[in-house]
Design a protein. Structure first.
Length: 393
């Protein structure tokens, strides 16, 4: 009975095979017709506005007031405007007729879409019933040795697939963290470059301040109080500028230091959370992962710069700028070295990730192949039962 019902459903499905394609075609036609109606309706609205405006223009020229009396050949202009008004009325009538025709066509298309939609729904219901009958017939038969073998293979492969996917996710998390650390080291290097540029500006200001200080001393010795006072003002201005640059420089150094510290922390977390299973399964690739000692950067102390400036003056500022410049150069070199080491570690992690992903893809292909074999074997079992039932008729 199930086989006969299955055959009956197959016959009912034959005329419904292309119903989805027909529905897509009708949907496209409905959308196109709706867009065309909207376009023409907007043209009708614009034409109505132009028509009202044209009536006002004709009325003003037929019943002149103020400056309209000075219009040359006003009667001819009125006739021309009336001709344009007639063209607008003809255009409006034509658009209205076309919209009415399109609306009728749209109604037909919508009705057709409803009919096709019902056909598609019926097709899906019949396909569901057909699949249900198919499964009932196949499940009622004893499984073949091939089907048992395929099911056993899937039961064996799926736990391996889950384990491999978990490993791939864990390795991927470590890769993302190391990438983040590399990006932070690069940001820190950029901040150190800005600090270096600011420090060079501070050196230039300190040199200018020392020159102005010497000029102030010479003018005082000469007794030129006005020039000495101007030099003092210049020196004070340069001193303020110098302290601002020193503060900006030390802030940049400390910002870069904080970014580098975050990079150390992120990379350390990446190495600590790297799965032990990956090291066990890929010992050669993982032998050097995490086996690095990053050099450390140093921060800056703006209070020390102020103290040196207050005690030793411009010479103290110059010494502080030189010391800061050396510190910046050292930190830039350290950060660049850390970025290079991180890049090497990232390459090793990427190699492990590629190996794990290759295994995932291989297992996925194996499971897909087994599932296809199961579908084929079940179809063969159904065909055999179907042939036996048909042979009895």
């Amino acid at each position: 009975m199930m086989v006969n019902e299955y055959n009956s459903i197959e016959q009912q499905l034959l005329p419904l095979q292309n119903s989805e394609g027909e529905l897509r075609s009708v949907d496209s036609q409905v959308a196109s017709a709706s867009a065309e109606i909207n376009r023409r309706q907007s043209l009708i609205s614009q034409t109505q506005k132009d028509d009202a405006h044209m009536h006002k223009r004709i009325h003003r020229n037929e019943n002149p007031r103020f400056l309209h009396y000075f219009v040359c050949n006003r009667d001819a202009k009125v006739e021309r405007l009336k001709g344009e008004l007639q063209q607008l009325e003809v255009l409006q009538k034509d658009l209205t007729e076309k919209v009415a025709a399109d609306s009728a066509q749209l109604a037909q298309l919508q009705q057709r879409r409803n009919d096709v939609t019902q056909c598609v729904q019926m097709k899906h219901q019949l396909e569901g019933k057909s699949q249900q009958l198919f499964n009932q017939v196949v499940d009622a038969q004893p499984p073949t040795p091939a089907l048992q073998q395929f099911h056993a293979g899937i039961q064996q492969q799926r736990p391996l697939m889950a384990s491999e996917q978990a490993l791939a996710q864990a390795v991927g998390n470590s890769v993302q963290q190391v990438k983040q650390g590399l990006n932070l080291f690069q940001q820190a290097e950029g901040l150190y470059r800005q600090a270096h540029q600011t420090n060079e500006q501070a050196k230039d200001v300190t040199r200018r301040e020392r020159n102005v200080e010497g000029r102030e001393f010479r003018e005082e010795c000469r007794g030129n109080d006005f020039a000495a006072q101007n030099a003092e003002f210049d020196r004070q201005r340069l001193e303020r500028q110098e302290r601002e640059l020193q503060c900006q420089r030390d802030n940049l150094i400390n910002q870069a230091h904080d970014v580098a510290m975050r990079a150390y922390q992120v990379i350390s977390t990446a190495f600590a959370t790297f799965p032990a299973e990956g090291r066990t399964r890929y010992p050669q690739l993982c032998a050097s992962i995490g086996q690095v000692a990053f050099p450390r950067v140093e921060g800056a102390n703006f209070n020390g710069a102020l103290m040196a400036d207050a005690i030793f003056g411009t010479w103290g500022a110059a010494m502080n700028d030189m010391t800061s410049g050396c510190k910046i150069q050292d930190n830039m070199r350290i950060v660049a070295q850390c970025a290079s080491m991180t890049s090497q570690q990232l390459g090793l992690l990427a190699a492990v990730e590629s190996a794990v992903n290759a295994n995932v893809q291989q297992l996925h292909a194996s499971i897909s192949n087994l599932e296809q074999n199961i579908r084929t074997e079940r179809q063969n079992m159904f065909n055999n039962v179907r042939a036996a039932v048909m042979a009895k008729k």
